[in-house]
Design a protein. Structure first.
Length: 238
């Protein structure tokens, strides 16, 4: 891994058209979306779980597309940055999260055959990747992009400070998202907040967007395989 794991974010990656402050506005939009999607779709409308995952994925992809287009952020270039390290770190974090599921959740019945394949693809991979994008990749990349042109980004100590701010933004996004579910407005919130530190690490250390989604997909796939009726890792639970 490069000694510049926390950056730098080059101006070729971030061709800001309206000033760096626009990234903070997009971060606020992300927070609002993170709370609104589970609150409206799960708590208020109580829609089918699998339909929820599909709509959630569309909302997050739309958020990313609009942010990248409005700010000129080059997601393709970001995906090539330290990609081997991001892949390996994502797999390692996914293994840690899978072990967490097995240790903390009881084994439950699960579908067989094609039903299981579909559940792994939809509830494990699709939902996991979507969660990783919103809870980790989006806040981390936005914070680094917002501070790319500052003096902090020119020094190693400054990059560490930016990394701390980015991790704090990811934790806040995770808390906002889970607050949208009525059952997570309790001490259950501690599990996703502790997990965020693990699944955010691959993207935080490489600034590559593929790391955190891989880790998060490992978390939710293990939940599908081990504890299909889990009370924590496959919301909504209503």
């Amino acid at each position: 891994m490069s000694t510049q794991a926390f950056g730098p974010v080059s101006h070729a990656d971030v061709r800001v058209r309206h000033g760096l402050s626009v990234h903070w506005a997009w971060l606020a939009v992300g927070f609002a979306l993170a709370f609104a999607v589970p609150y409206v779709l799960a708590d208020v409308l109580a829609i089918n779980r699998d339909l929820f995952y599909g709509l959630y994925a569309l909302a997050v992809i739309g958020l990313f597309a609009l942010w990248a287009r409005s700010t000129g952020y080059d997601l393709v270039a970001a995906s090539k940055r330290h990609w081997i390290a991001a892949l390996l770190l994502g797999l390692a974090a996914g293994a840690v999260l899978a072990a967490m599921v097995v240790r903390t959740e009881h084994a439950t019945a699960r579908p067989d055959g094609l039903g299981l394949v579909g559940a792994v693809a939809w509830r494990g991979i699709l939902y996991g990747v979507t969660d990783g994008l919103l809870l980790s990749v989006f806040p981390i990349l936005v914070v680094f992009a917002a501070l790319a042109g500052t003096r902090l980004n020119s020094r190693l100590v400054g990059k560490v400070v930016i990394g701390i701010v980015a991790l704090a933004a990811s934790l806040a996004m995770t808390a906002m998202y889970h607050s949208g579910y009525s059952d997570f407005r309790s001490d259950k919130m501690t599990k996703p907040l502790s997990g965020d530190v693990v699944w955010s690490a691959p993207t935080l250390l490489t600034l590559n967007p593929i790391g955190a989604p891989i880790a998060h997909a490992g978390l939710h796939t293990s939940a599908v395989l081990h504890s299909y009726e889990t009370d924590t890792f496959l919301p909504p639970h209503r």
